[in-house]
Design a protein. Sequence first.
Length: 82
Amino acid sequence: MTNTNIWLTIMCGMMVNAVLFGVGTITVLTVPMLTEHAKYLIPAVVVLSFALTPFIARMIAPRMRLRNWGKDEWQRGDMISG
């Protein structure tokens, strides 16, 4: 059976991928200088979002487990929550 951390990383990865793709696509389509090259930039956004997703998901997924959040962790914060 697959480890819980792997499942959390996969689920988190799908959401991270959607956000990265959306931000990249909106950026390409709203900046006039980039819109001229959208035929090449949108596939690049797809590839870049797939390439960055595992790294970002691996940082976020452990935070999704309740056991990683004790009283001290909530007070101190971390890199993502500040």
